[in-house]
Design a protein around this ligand. Structure first.
Ligand code: PNW
Length: 534
């Protein structure tokens, strides 16, 4: 507990803090009926007939499309064949952290049913599959001097071989949030600037060596989520935050920025090892990081402060990681607000991180309106957005998109096009793989099976978003692949199993049986209409 924890000022701060994090949900409950205007995008296709014609065959002939998942969300088999707990197993065991009190102990049981998953991918025409590796399955205690678990590693060797036999290209995420719990206990996990990058490097090397046929490697999934949700709001494992009602430990003013820095260093190390020791023999293998980012629009387009706040929000979420990778420094807006709470790169660190992406992995789901805060209003030290507010309605009352089951997600396909073009401009036309895009559907979990598979809302979402992506390509963006989130309903982190993102319904009550929804079959014809013939 900090010395001032029982002071009235601290109490007030915490109240403000809590109100801030629930403000998004308040906005939703105030507007149950979404307002449509020309500016507001809906899930319906936003392209006109003539632009649709222009989009035909606009994607390159070798464009990879498929579906994505992550280890802790689908595998289950938590105690099988020597796997040890990750920080998510530990976090799920704390009452109140997961909406439905669930965990990933069984999940979709993909550890035992991966052959079903591959059959499913074949049936729906996927060319690629993005999955992540469970670190604590491969190296149960996590560290560079800890033993490798051959059975755990073999699971991924078999999975990759089976995918390739089925003609499906594997994209492998090395880390999708499930840090071995032993490393968190041993040295503070992601908070440790020396040990964590070295252990991650060793773990990554173990995978490169065991999986030489993999040609698309993603070091980290969404470091923003690991840093902010894990160490500022405490919504995600390991749940650290300054909010003492949620966690006895944590410092939201500093820890997220430390963790972000360490994730960049670990990414840089893992990329260097890949390039030095594996890339030459890999026949075109590539490596990059996946960043999340929502598109932003000004709450009041006529107010320069809101326009500037849009840029700041994009910098605080995307450029926090992408600027060091492409430019070797943090954005000025972040340095200005955070001062020495944002770590400085040493020369060696900068050399490691700058230029470390062969491609940009893009996860994208939604858009927000941004309202600036008065310039003279000092942001609280836990602010992670850049002294601004996010809204679902603009000044004129236009809604950014329709409600979904996820409080943070409202579809706005034009935002996808605009964000791809923003990245294209700022980072000089990087090669982009869209590594996640998808939606939950409001009330889907309450529907009977025969209705749940008729997911027209999700079909329209994919149609709008994929065409918006094709539009960005026709305007000069270099997008090479697209992975829909997700192949199947799965453990949606703090939201448990009540929120479903799958194109396949998973019947958790009757042995994890998979039932493809309409959306599962919708991507093949969609991509066939957009990909140029070889
Ligand atoms: C991504 N937010 O996470 C993850 O990569 C997936 O594992 C996850 O299932 C998927 O999106 C859907 O949620 C996010 O609150 C989780 O803004 C939360 C947020 C964004 C992305």
């Amino acid at each position: 507990m900090p010395p001032c924890a029982d002071s009235p000022v601290f109490g007030l701060l915490i109240n403000v803090f809590r109100r801030f994090y629930t403000s998004i949900e308040c906005v939703i409950s105030r507007h149950t009926a979404p307002i449509r205007t020309p500016a507001a995008a809906s899930t319906s296709t936003t392209t006109t007939a003539s632009s649709s014609a222009r989009l035909t065959m606009s994607l390159p002939s070798d464009f990879l499309w498929g579906f994505a998942t992550a280890s802790y969300q689908i595998e289950g088999g938590a105690e099988q064949d020597g796997r040890a707990p990750s920080i998510w197993d530990t976090f799920c065991a704390i009452p109140g952290k997961i909406a439905d009190g669930s965990s990933g102990i069984v999940a979709c049981d993909s550890y035992n049913r991966y052959r079903d998953d591959i059959e499913l991918l074949k049936k729906i025409g996927a060319k690629a599959y993005r999955f992540s590796v469970s670190w604590s399955r491969v190296i149960p205690l996590g560290g560079r001097n800890d033993p490798v678990n051959p059975a755990g590693l073999q699971y991924y060797v078999t999975l990759v071989d089976a995918l390739l036999d089925a003609g499906i290209t594997p994209l492998v995420t090395v880390f999708h949030w499930d840090l071995p719990d032993a490393l968190d206990k041993r040295y503070g996990g992601l908070l440790n600037r020396t040990e964590f990058p070295l252990d991650f490097e060793h773990y990554a090397r173990t995978l490169y060596k065991a999986l030489p046929k993999v040609k698309h490697w993603i070091t980290f999934n969404e470091p923003w989520c690991s840093s902010i949700l894990g160490y500022s709001t405490g919504f995600f494992a390991p749940g650290r935050t300054s909010d003492r009602s949620k966690s006895a430990e944590g410092d939201s003013s500093r820890e997220p920025w430390t963790v972000g820095h360490n994730l960049l260093l670990a990414h840089g190390r893992a990329v260097k090892v890949y390039r030095d020791e594996f890339k030459a023999q890999s026949d075109g293998g590539e490596i990059g990081i996946t960043l999340n980012g929502d598109m932003c629009y000004p709450w009041d387009p006529a107010d320069p402060a809101d326009v500037a706040a849009v840029e700041r929000k994009l910098e605080f979420s995307i450029s926090w990681f992408a600027d060091p990778i492409y430019f070797g420094k943090y954005p000025d807006s972040m340095r200005q607000q955070l001062g020495d709470r944002l770590p400085e790169f040493t020369d060696d660190e900068r050399a490691l991180v700058q230029g470390s992406n062969d491609f940009y992995g893009m996860n994208h789901y939604t858009a927000n309106y941004i309202r600036s805060r008065p310039a003279d209003a000092q942001p609280p030290d836990w602010d992670f957005m850049g002294n601004l507010e996010t809204r679902f309605e603009d000044k004129a009352g236009n809604s950014i998109g329709e409600e979904t089951q996820s409080f943070w997600l409202r579809p706005n396909p034009n935002g996808f096009r605009d964000l791809i073009l923003w990245l294209t401009k700022r980072y000089n036309t990087p090669k982009i793989f869209v590594t996640e895009n998808g939606t939950s559907v409001k009330g889907e979990n309450d529907l009977p099976l025969e209705k749940v598979t008729e997911d027209d809302f999700r079909v329209r979402y994919f149609d709008g978003y994929v065409k918006a992506m094709a539009e960005a390509v026709s305007q000069g963006a270099d997008v090479r692949g697209y992975m829909a989130w997700s192949l199947m309903d799965n453990f949606e982190w703090a939201e448990g199993y009540e929120t479903r993102f799958g194109v396949t319904y998973v019947d958790y009550e009757h042995g994890q049986v998979r039932h493809p929804k309409k959306s599962a079959y919708s991507l093949k014809p969609l991509f066939e209409s957009l990909i140029a013939k070889a």
